[in-house]
Ligand binder design. Structure first.
Ligand code: 5GP
Ligand code: MN
Length: 336
């Protein structure tokens, strides 16, 4: 993979590009793809954002989201666009299989692939240009740097600022995680100078839930949570019946795992959700317990040191039992 700076000169020649991100995009995935989209459009390029799957309703207000193509709902058009592209920008994921069913389409295309990402263990040989930096708070921070370092900070308008802030805010847990550096706050200060309405964005992201979702959460805390104080760990397992009973939509379970870390003493939290094709795990930690390694070792996943995901093809009860057995081996690490 060539360093991202070597790509800057190509920004001056018209091109066709596709921008994509990981499946079930979160605030940072959607924020980074849309901010790059607005930026490349303002340079006059022919650009399309393709999401590998659908996304949470709480992202539906974002500037430009109405132009995003859902690959699973528009396979033919998406495949055509990928095949016609000169460049494919791959944002907020470290390995192509994070684009799920879009992976073979991207892999088969002759377009040059550009990676901009902050996850651990990136598959860099499969990208032509790019930057991977696990110290970055968010991919949105990296898109801001991309725009500034390529000499175009004058092009950051309110739409771009709004999209960038969404990823900065969601991936830093509203600016509380250790990844929140002075640079992050300086970027936000610049975005505020451009007219950013940050309160409105927090409201759009966090205050649009349904009544059923809150009832689902109440039920989850009461009936689906297990705390292991002797291991400083807590877990939740959500059966499919809950998903139907509370009519949950994509994104409705996002953030739930973080609440487990609000219990005094808990440093490792996990949640497993019984999705259609697989059991999806989310892991969070505080301090030195590395959930990226944990997810990689036991649940076919990965991510960051304090936030990672994984999966299992077993039943939700079986994989939850596996988890409870596995964490016993980590007692020393979890309690030191
Ligand atoms: P979440 O638990 O919110 O789905 O994911 C937490 C973090 O881990 C996010 O940065 C997400 O992109 C990453 N992540 C989630 N699942 C996987 C996975 O299966 N593989 C890898 N490499 N990263 C994942
Ligand atoms: Mn991210």
């Amino acid at each position: 993979m060539q360093p991202i700076e070597t790509f800057f000169p190509f920004l001056n020649k018209p091109f066709k590009a596709v921008i994509t991100c990981h499946q079930k995009p979160d605030g940072d995935a959607m924020g980074s793809t849309l901010s790059l989209y607005h930026f490349l459009k303002s340079l006059g390029h022919n650009v399309t954002v393709i999401s590998p799957t659908n996304w949470a309703q709480f992202l539906d207000w974002m500037p430009g989201v109405e132009e995003v193509i859902d690959f699973e709902a528009n396979r033919e058009l998406s495949t055509q666009l990928v095949n016609d592209a000169d460049y494919i920008f791959c944002l907020d994921f470290n390995i192509l299989h994070r684009t799920k069913n879009l992976e073979p389409v991207i892999a088969a295309s002759n377009a040059l692939k550009i990676l901009i990402d902050h996850h651990q263990q990136p598959d860099t040989p499969n990208f032509h240009y790019g930057i991977s930096d696990v110290k970055m708070s968010s991919t949105c921070e990296m898109i801001y740097d991309f725009i500034v370092q390529s000499g175009h900070s004058n092009l950051i308008n309110l739409d771009i600022a709004t999209c960038l802030y969404t990823g900065l805010m969601t991936d830093t847990g509203s600016f509380r995680f250790p990844s929140t550096t002075a640079s992050v706050h300086k970027i936000v200060a610049h975005l505020k100078e451009l007219g950013l309405q940050h309160s409105k964005i927090h409201e759009n992201i966090y205050d649009q839930g349904s009544e059923a979702r809150l009832k689902f959460m109440g039920n989850a805390f009461l009936n689906r949570m297990q705390v292991f104080p002797e291991l400083n760990a807590a877990m939740m397992s959500i059966p499919k019946t809950d998903i139907y009973r509370f009519d949950l939509k994509t994104g409705d379970t996002e953030g739930l795992v973080n609440y487990l870390l609000s219990i005094r003493g808990i440093r490792f939290a996990a949640i497993v959700i019984d999705r259609e094709e697989e059991r999806k795990w989310s892991f969070r930690s505080k301090g030195s317990f590395d959930v990226n390694i944990f997810a990689r070792t036991h649940f076919e996943g990965g991510g960051h040191a304090n936030a990672a995901g994984g999966r299992s093809s077993k039943s939700v009860d079986e994989t939850a039992d596996d988890f409870k057995n596995i964490i016993q081996e980590y007692k020393t690490q979890l309690t030191q």
